[in-house]
Design a protein around this ligand. Structure first.
Ligand SMILES: NC(=O)c1ccc[n+]([C@@H]2O[C@H](COP(=O)([O-])OP(=O)(O)OC[C@H]3O[C@@H](n4cnc5c(N)ncnc54)[C@H](O)[C@@H]3O)[C@@H](O)[C@H]2O)c1
Length: 477
């Protein structure tokens, strides 16, 4: 006899596992289906984010930054060391241990919340039935009232640079290099290209980033993107814009990359090449032909503003649907859908999803950029405060970048907070919290911020919106 659930979630990434936990907390009989096997060959929960994305990349970013600091900045503090060296396999093993701890933690949470885990491939059949096929090929069909599809995304592959996970790698392969490549090529100056390029550049690789577009980080506030390009270039990343890769040739563990830029055809040889040109939704063998769920023209599962698909009782969340491919967006969609299934009137605010690039300094933003607001014809006031004027940043020897607050010129309501600098992710979140409550720049300016703290830069940028910053000369209006 088939089992019957209230909710079945397909995919245990930050969208799916959160949706499953929330559903169970709301008293719904919940199942979670996952097929991914970790390095030890066992089912690993947490999806791309925990296994081969957000978390392992941050582990390597932190290790490589410590190496960089020991190498470059310790002497400034009067600290002398012997020769500083990096043991890459140890760094990778530490990263793997963090992944094991976190994926194991998710498994414990799933169990503690009474969610039934099915290990295998989930597929939506007609009539809201779900088929689970285990690794040994055996399958069963489960009955449910509701289904949440959370199958995630995978790296885009491009014909001129086929990934072999040896010389030409994707974002997963780039987390497992066993030594520092002498020359590293990166295709794509997006989030992944810049984060992974930074890791290996800090450890000594000569990194060249080939970006097809003429503009650097077009989705980021232009002033921030300009500063980021300047800082990252100074750090040694060679960023070639308007460079379209046309072919690659792998020979003797080296790859020659052919590309075209404004000057014509060129080629460059690398020891490793990372392909980071975006991600695409995973829907392979997810939907039976008669499931009733439809895809949009870009291959994402079609959903409405509340993540409902075209089939009543079937929802989809995270990277497999429209919107930013961000773990925190997926998780919140998971919570909202679980709440709606339980009969609550939940919704989420898609206008205030923070985005962060974990380079050093971090690049982060929430709300609208200056260029987007100008394009919409919205009159704005802008306040900027540089970390070079922050005592806390100076003490930490971390003064690159600034905080930027954008407010509506008529109402003073804050419409965007953009930061490049130390702890940008945390500072932008402070902006997001205030914006969620409809803050004005004046409101932020009237609050007391601890001194000395990096968040004073947010305070001062908010004051600068009306020309009243204290610790920097205000622009004449
Ligand atoms: N910190 C984070 O939040 C984080 C970290 C990693 C990934 N992600 C998400 O994962 C997704 C994928 O990241 P990503 O960096 O791969 O994609 P991306 O879309 O951020 O950047 C890809 C870049 O590759 C360029 N490109 C595409 N084809 C090219 C070609 N043939 N030659 C040269 N350049 C080319 C694009 O113009 C673009 O700038 C994104 O949606 C991102 O938001 C987020």
């Amino acid at each position: 006899m088939s089992q019957k659930f209230d909710v079945i979630v397909i995919g245990a990434g930050p969208g799916g596992y959160v949706a499953a936990i929330k559903s169970a907390q709301l008293g719904l009989k919940t199942a979670l289906i996952e097929k991914y096997k970790g390095k030890e060959g066992k089912t690993a929960l947490g999806g791309t984010c925990l296994n081969v994305g957000c978390i392992p990349s941050k582990a390597l970013l932190d290790s490589s930054y410590k190496f960089h600091e020991a190498h470059e900045s310790f002497k400034l503090h009067g600290i002398s060391t012997g020769e500083v060296a990096i043991d890459v396999p140890t760094m990778i093993a530490r990263k793997d241990q963090i992944v094991r701890n976190l994926t194991g933690g998710v498994a414990s949470l799933i169990k503690a919340n009474g969610v039934t885990l099915f290990e295998g491939h989930g597929k939506l059949l007609a009539g809201k039935k779900v088929e689970v096929t285990a690794a040994d090929g055996s399958s069963q069909v489960l009955d449910t009232e509701n289904v949440i599809l959370a199958s995630g995304s995978k790296p885009v592959e491009i014909p001129p640079a086929p990934v072999d996970q040896d010389v030409i790698v994707d974002s997963t392969g780039a987390l497992d290099f066993q030594n520092v490549p002498g020359k590293l090529g990166v295709i794509g100056a997006g989030v992944i290209g810049l984060e992974l390029g930074s890791v290996w550049a800090r450890l000594g690789a000569e990194v060249t980033v080939l970006e097809a577009m003429d503009k650097f980080l077009p989705a980021v506030d232009e002033q921030v993107a300009k500063e980021a390009q300047k800082i990252l270039t100074k750090q040694g990343l060679k960023i070639l814009l308007g460079a379209r890769v046309t072919g690659t040739e792998v020979k003797n563990k080296q790859v020659t990359v052919k590309f075209v830029d404004a000057e014509g055809e060129k080629s460059q040889a690398f020891d490793k090449l990372i392909v980071a040109v975006g991600r695409r939704p995973v829907t392979t063998d997810l939907l039976a032909a008669d499931s009733g769920v439809t895809l949009d023209e870009r291959g994402f599962i079609y959903v409405d503003d509340y993540c409902a698909t075209s089939v009543p009782g079937v929802y989809a969340i995270g990277d497999v649907v429209r919107g930013a491919m961000l773990a925190h967006k997926a998780s919140e969609e998971g919570v909202v859908v679980a709440e709606r299934i339980a009969g609550h009137k939940a919704q989420m605010n898609y206008d205030l999803i923070p985005a962060v690039i974990y380079t050093h300094p971090e690049i982060a933003g929430v709300g609208k950029t200056e260029q987007a607001l100008k394009a919409e014809g919205v009159a704005i006031n802008v306040g900027v405060f540089p970390f070079a004027a922050s005592g806390r940043a100076m003490a930490a020897n971390d003064t690159a970048g600034f905080v930027k607050v954008i407010a509506d010129a008529k109402t003073d309501r804050v419409l965007g907070v953009h930061v490049i600098g130390p702890s940008a992710a945390e500072l932008v979140q402070q902006g997001a919290i205030a914006m969620e409550f409809g803050t004005s720049a004046e409101d932020l300016g009237m609050m007391v911020f601890a001194h000395p703290a990096l968040s004073e830069a947010l305070h001062e940028a908010a004051l600068a919106v009306s020309g009243h910053a204290i610790h920097v000369a205000n622009r004449k209006k």
